[in-house]
Design a protein around this ligand. Structure first.
Ligand SMILES: NC(=O)c1ccc[n+]([C@@H]2O[C@H](COP(=O)([O-])OP(=O)(O)OC[C@H]3O[C@@H](n4cnc5c(N)ncnc54)[C@H](O)[C@@H]3O)[C@@H](O)[C@H]2O)c1
Length: 353
């Protein structure tokens, strides 16, 4: 089938409301922050699911090339007027909100910048959505809302004590959304990701944060001669002394959002779900998996611990599995690294823009 024909079939399906088994009303899915790492994988997953997509991004951290032609409104969340214009110009059914500043260290240095973008920006977006009569909202939250764990694997009901401003801003937005449901009827799902990793298996889109602070891309970039890489502490109370994290494939995160959207369309209550594989991998295990996948030697420097890094962060994602029916497809660490390597080795300088 040609691309034009596919579009025509999708348009007809939508007009007849038969694309969705339950006849959901047609409408555009607004992907806010869709030019970023996780958002761009979401845009691809929505296209594959036959949804109508519109991206809103200011491109400050995202990349035009990551959109691969998806429609974009270049606008900033801190500009409420621009948001109202987008909602009045388009028939938006649901909002998937990925946009935020995400660097923990920077949030400690400059919390005001984080509160303004992550909290005020999200307030603007939620208010614009409510004003336009949008009822469904999915928010990208994080394991950082828990802080130092008192129980591992971490369930959603675990105490929320973020240890940095980034985590505080994410928790503030979760609480705002919780209050918006009874007051304004905005149904929301907050998805608390653990460590997002991997890339689309075809290697055409991937992770390109500037600066890159995440472990796996930092190691891969180091192998390609781009920047250094250090192990922060090997004296933690873990089997090999290095920090343990729960890595979750970015394509599995996108799938969880599709399921969250279906859950809200089916009348699901506002809710919160962890997204992780329930399996921890230490920094040393990640290094070993990188050696296996790339076949390249690695001799990282070990330096003292960073303040505020918990020894183990591992999710219990039982709720997402039982309520949303989420089944991660790419849970193997080597698979995530192989997909990330397919992207990074072909794009050592990231996106061209
Ligand atoms: N990457 C992870 O491991 C991880 C883990 C937990 C939670 N999260 C959350 O997932 C979301 C996406 O993370 P990511 O890694 O894709 O980040 P990213 O930086 O790659 O993407 C964020 C996107 O939002 C856009 N954006 C930021 N502020 C904006 C504003 N004011 N107006 C319009 N657009 C704006 C950026 O330009 C960028 O395209 C974030 O909310 C983050 O807190 C990420």
């Amino acid at each position: 089938m040609t691309f034009g024909l596919i579009l025509a079939v999708q348009a007809t399906c939508r007009a007849l409301a038969v694309c969705h088994p339950k006849g959901y009303p047609p409408g555009v899915i607004l992907v806010v922050g869709g030019a970023g790492f996780i958002g761009s994988h979401m845009v691809r997953a929505l296209h594959q699911a036959g949804e109508d997509v519109l991206v809103l991004d200011n491109l400050e951290k995202g990349h035009l090339a990551a959109l691969r032609g998806a429609p974009l409104v270049k606008a900033d969340l801190r500009d409420r007027g621009a948001l109202d214009q987008v909602f009045s110009d388009h028939d938006i059914e649901a909002v998937l909100h990925f946009a935020a500043y995400i660097e923990v260290g920077e949030s400690v240095q400059n919390p005001a910048r984080y509160y303004e973008n992550n909290v005020l920006g999200s307030l603007n977006l939620a208010q614009a959505a409510v004003t336009a009569g949008v009822k469904q909202f999915v928010f990208s939250s994080t394991a950082a809302v828990y802080g130092e764990p008192v129980e591992v694997p971490i369930p959603e009901g675990h105490p929320k004590k973020p240890t940095n401003p980034y985590g505080n801003t994410k928790l503030a937005v979760e609480r705002m959304l919780r209050d918006f449901d009874p007051a304004y009827g905005l149904k929301s799902v907050c998805l608390r990701y653990f460590n997002a990793a991997g890339s689309d298996p075809d290697g055409t889109i991937g992770e390109d944060h500037r600066p890159e602070t995440h472990l796996i891309p930092r190691i891969l970039l180091h192998l390609l001669g781009q920047g250094d890489f250090k192990v922060f502490g090997n004296d933690y109370d873990t089997p090999d002394g290095t920090c343990v994290r729960d890595y979750v494939h970015v394509v599995d995160l996108a799938t969880a959002h599709l399921l969250a959207l279906r859950y809200l369309r089916d009348g699901g209550r506002s809710s919160v779900f962890n997204l992780g594989n329930g399996q921890g991998h230490s920094v040393n295990q990640v290094l070993e998996a990188v050696r296996i996948v790339t076949g390249l030697p690695l001799h990282p420097q070990v330096v003292p611990r960073r303040p505020g890094d918990p020894a183990r962060l591992v999710a219990s994602s039982d709720r997402a599995r039982s309520v949303l029916g989420w089944e991660p497809q790419f849970s193997g660490l080597e698979t995530m690294i192989a997909h990330a390597w397919a992207w990074t080795s072909q794009h050592p300088n990231g996106y061209p823009d």
